[in-house]
Design a binder for this molecule. Structure first.
Ligand code: NAP
Ligand code: ZN
Ligand code: ZN
Length: 351
């Protein structure tokens, strides 16, 4: 099969830093879109995956699933994109398209597992799929999103994962006016969740471990910010929430947040820490609380989210870095020192 070369950064094992690596991309087939990557957001999942924290990583691992770029070539059957257009790719590049989940627009819950943008199974070239920490990518048009005019391209990249992963559960659980909604963790996902929950009309309370993020939390749209290390401040909110979204990347006590829910309230986990989170039974039983999870969002819903963002002028707060600074950025991510998403300027890899 004809291929082209792309420059990338890859992890060769769980314990090696990301380093330059050459990869091949397939020549666009009839329904494929070839994208010259301009920007790629840095998700905490990239780090979990590259360091094998979910125990399923195939090496070499080229992370990156918050991709915005310019279309360079399209297959003969492609109808929605032409060379020169802007296209975006999130966490998935394919799915079976025939199962009940796919037909319902929930490709992320495909019964045969979606093909993830990285660490998936490359059905065309074999081996693992390689993500957006690279100069180019080729994706079936059905999994390429349109970026509405007027959005800043670099600040749009994080919407492709952090955006949809928080938009989808807030919509599914019908967060809106009259509700008290909690967001736990002000990182990449958390800061998007605060913006969306506010835009949907809820009363938004942010929980953060970082006293230094209080002012930002308010600026981003929270009505109240609680530093979760302060027991007195936490106590005031026990039993009062309709809905809480937990976007924390590491071990923490989930029972504290279950205890914040009122009758029939729901705590939805989007964070994916390495270790299981113990749940105390009585925190669910009394008073009839629900503990749920949610993964990214479907393709149609991702487009809906991008259109919503354009209408409401919502993008991510970003710090742009060159590809060569990625290992430093990951260290900062682990220190909770990101305001609030790193985005790689892929020009740094082209030169
Ligand atoms: P991030 O930018 O690193 O943000 C995580 C935040 O969690 C931190 O900023 C911090 O917020 C809080 N935190 C970190 N360590 C903590 C600890 N030990 N105790 C309490 N709070 C802590 O990460 P992200 O990219 O937003 O991703 C968050 C999680 O979601 C990751 O596990 C990622 O893999 C997962 N994820 C899931 C999906 C999905 O489909 N469900 C999609 C994308 C990402 P404060 O400083 O405010 O406390
Ligand atoms: Zn992600
Ligand atoms: Zn399917």
């Amino acid at each position: 099969m004809a291929t082209s070369h792309a420059r990338a950064f890859a992890a060769q094992s769980a314990s090696t830093p990301l380093a330059p690596y050459g990869i091949h991309r397939r020549a666009p087939g009839p329904v494929d879109v070839e994208i010259d990557i301009l920007y790629c957001g840095v998700c905490h999942s990239d780090l979990h995956q590259a360091r094998n924290e979910w125990h399923n990583t195939v090496y070499p691992c080229v992370p990156g699933h918050e991709i915005v770029g310019r279309v360079t070539r399209v297959g003969t059957g492609v109808t929605r994109f032409k060379p020169g257009d802007i296209g975006a790719v999130g966490c998935m590049v394919d799915s079976c398209r025939t199962c009940s989940s796919c037909r319902a627009g929930f490709e992320q819950y495909c019964l045969s597992f979606p093909t993830f943008t990285y660490n998936g199974e490359d059905k065309h070239l074999g081996g693992p799929t390689f993500g957006g920490y690279s100069t180019g990518i080729v994706v079936d048009e059905a999994f390429v999103l349109r970026v509405p005019a007027g959005l800043d391209l670099a600040a749009t990249a994080p919407l492709l994962c952090a955006g949809i992963t928080t938009y989808s559960p807030l919509r599914h659980w019908k967060v809106g006016p009259g509700q008290k909604v909690g967001i736990v963790g002000l990182g990449g996902l958390g800061h998007m969740a605060v913006k969306f929950a506010r835009a949907f009309g809820a009363h938004v309370v942010l929980f953060t471990t970082s006293a230094g993020k209080v002012a930002d939390g308010l600026r981003l749209g929270a009505h109240e910010v609680v530093v979760s290390r302060e027991p007195e401040a936490m106590k005031k909110h026990v039993g009062s929430f309709d809905f809480i979204l937990d976007a924390v990347s590491a071990q923490h006590d989930i029972n504290v947040y279950l205890g914040m829910l009122k009758l029939d309230g729901t705590l939805t986990l989007v964070g994916a820490p390495e270790q299981p989170l113990p749940v105390a039974a009585f925190n669910l039983l009394l008073p009839r609380r629900q503990f749920a999870g949610s993964a990214i969002g479907g393709i149609a819903e991702t487009q809906e989210m991008l259109d919503f963002c354009a209408q409401h002028r919502i993008v991510s707060d970003i710090e742009i870095i060159p590809m060569q600074k990625i290992n430093e950025a990951w260290d900062r991510l682990l220190r909770q020192d990101v305001r609030y998403r790193f985005v790689i300027d892929m020009a740094s890899l082209k030169g």
